[in-house]
Structures are given as structure tokens and as C-alpha cells.
Design a protein around this ligand. Structure first.
Ligand SMILES: NC(=O)c1ccc[n+]([C@@H]2O[C@H](COP(=O)([O-])OP(=O)(O)OC[C@H]3O[C@@H](n4cnc5c(N)ncnc54)[C@H](O)[C@@H]3O)[C@@H](O)[C@H]2O)c1
Length: 271
């Protein structure tokens, strides 16, 4: 019960990774404000938790700065404290810089980066009073680049470095960390998960051989938001099953064989 008597806000809490975080934080005792642009999705999560006193729905579009600030301030006022802000709401984006227009670029930056800046800016004075924490949901796509993901790559990299900047500026009163998921089984990723060509191409790229479940990302969010991480600050915890641990070189073990073919493999390597 690491979050007993604590208050958390999760943006985009109505689905996917945000929903996973809501469920985990609630299970560990938190009162959770489930903030989402789709109140019906957030309400379905709250109803399923069956605990109206500790699972509260707020409709918010993180693009709306005024509404986002009101969400943070009113949540802190209603419960008398704020201990954790999980900046999770985000949008994907597909296209090279020559394929996307300025309006799309600005929307991705606003949803994925500006909302993190603005919600954090509003939350930090409340979090300073409780020695609280911020966890930003970035992405493995913020650590390196993907083909055809230019705006998303830029946005998530910005979230990771904004995390570091806030972490050093607001320590020791507020800790700020990021979680960077790899491919995770959520509605956002369903277009990839349901495409056999894409999944075939993932073969050999995902050392774990599968996408993450939302509960596995939520576990990392809960860790960073809890006192278990009391000395973890400015960290980007990549939760991608080892995907970005790979240099990108071919899978030599698979092509040349493992231990039983070591001689053959060694001579192939020497040329
Ligand atoms: N699924 C993945 O493979 C993956 C990988 C890396 C990072 N991420 C990141 O994880 C976060 C959550 O993604 P997900 O996969 O759970 O997506 P999802 O689509 O399952 O859930 C996102 C939730 O955010 C809400 N939302 C969207 N735009 C919003 C807005 N403007 N204001 C308020 N709420 C809004 C949606 O209604 C939805 O409930 C995103 O920041 C995403 O970039 C996802």
C-alpha cells in the first residue's frame, strides 16, 4: 500500500497505459483522479473499480491549458493534497517531415509536450507541499528514431529531456522521472499489433518476443511515483523488453547458429 492516503492524477487514464496506472495506484491505496478527453472511458474504469470515493472522473482535453490547470488545482483543493502527477495522455503520429504539415506538427507538440509542461507547471507548487513526484510517459521512440515517426520522435525526446530539466530544477522537493514504454498492448498500438506484416517485422526486434502488457508499464510508473524511488530523480526508465538494448546488427545467433555451431560461427565471423 505505497499510496495509502495519497492523491494522484493520471491524464489519459481512461484507456491503455493510463488505465493500467490508475488500476495499480488505486490498488496500492491512492485516491486517483482519472482525467481523460473521453469521460465515458474514464467512467467505465471508475465503475469497474467500484470505489467512487477513491476513483474520480474528470473530463479534460490536455490541449486546453485552462482546463488542465483547473483539473490540477481543483483536484488538490478537493482532496487537500496532491502527491503524484502522471502525465500520460499523448498522441501518436506517422510521417516524415516532408509528409506532415505544420498544423499536425503543432498538434503533436501540444498534446505530447506542451501538456506535460503546463500540467507540471501547475502541479509543482502543490507537489512541493507533499514532497511529491511527477512521472511522464515518454516512449522508446524518444530514445532513438523510427522510420516515418518524425514528430513523435521529436516530441517524446523533448519529454525525456524536459523530465531531466524539471528534475534538477525542482529537487529536492519534487522528484521528476519518465517511463519510456516500447510496444505495449493498448488501443493506440492496435494498428501495429493487428498488422501481421508489422508483427512479422518485429520478430527478432523484441527480445521478449511479445508486446508489453499495460500492467507492466504501470508497475514502473508506480515504482517511480512511490517512496521506493525516493532517490531516483531525472531518470528515464525504458520498459521495452530490451528492444533498444539492441545495436540493430543482424541476429548472428539465429543466422550462424548457437553453441552447437560455434566453430562455424567463429569462422564466419573471421571471414
Ligand atoms: N502503446 C504503446 O505501444 C506506447 C508505446 C510508447 C509510449 N506510449 C505512450 O503512452 C501514452 C498512453 O498511450 P496508450 O498506448 O495507453 O494510448 P491509448 O489510446 O490506449 O490511451 C490514451 C488515452 O488518452 C486519452 N487522450 C488522448 N488524447 C487526449 C487529450 N488531448 N486529452 C486528454 N486525454 C486524451 C484517450 O482518450 C485515451 O483514453 C501516450 O503518451 C503514448 O505516446 C504508448
Amino acid at each position: 500500500m505505497r499510496f495509502k492516503d495519497k492523491v494522484a492524477i493520471v491524464t489519459g487514464g481512461g484507456s491503455g497505459i493510463g488505465e493500467g496506472a490508475v488500476r495499480r495506484l488505486h490498488r496500492e491505496g491512492a485516491t486517483v483522479v482519472i482525467a481523460d478527453i473521453r469521460p465515458e472511458a474514464a467512467q467505465a474504469v471508475a465503475d469497474d473499480l467500484g470505489d467512487p470515493a477513491r476513483a474520480i472522473v474528470r473530463e479534460v482535453n490536455v490541449l486546453d491549458n485552462e482546463a488542465l490547470a483547473a483539473l490540477v488545482d481543483e483536484s488538490a483543493a478537493r482532496f487537500g493534497r496532491l502527491d503524484l502527477l502522471v502525465n500520460n495522455a499523448g498522441m501518436g503520429s506517422f510521417g516524415k517531415v516532408t509528409q506532415i504539415d505544420l498544423a499536425h506538427w503543432r498538434e503533436v507538440m501540444a498534446v505530447d509536450v506542451e501538456s506535460v509542461f503546463w500540467a507540471s507547471r501547475t502541479a509543482i507548487p502543490h507537489l512541493e507541499k507533499t514532497r511529491g513526484a511527477i512521472v511522464n510517459v515518454a516512449s522508446a521512440s524518444g530514445v532513438a528514431a523510427d522510420y516515418g515517426f518524425a514528430a513523435y520522435n521529436a516530441a517524446k525526446a523533448a519529454v525525456i529531456n524536459l523530465t531531466r530539466a524539471m528534475a534538477i530544477d525542482h529537487a529536492p522537493l519534487v522528484r521528476v522521472n519518465a517511463v519510456s514504454p516500447g510496444l505495449t498492448r493498448t488501443p493506440l498500438a492496435v494498428g501495429l499489433l493487428d498488422n501481421p506484416d508489422v508483427m512479422a517485422a518485429y520478430d527478432g526486434v523484441l527480445p521478449m518476443g511479445r508486446a508489453a502488457e499495460t500492467s507492466e508499464i504501470a508497475a514502473a510508473i508506480a515504482f517511480l511515483g512511490s517512496d521506493d524511488a525516493s532517490y531516483v530523480n531525472g531518470h528515464n526508465l525504458v520498459v521495452d523488453g530490451g528492444m533498444t538494448a539492441h545495436t540493430g546488427q543482424p541476429n548472428f545467433s539465429r543466422i550462424l547458429g548457437d553453441a552447437s555451431h560455434l566453430d562455424q560461427a567463429e569462422s564466419a565471423f573471421r571471414g
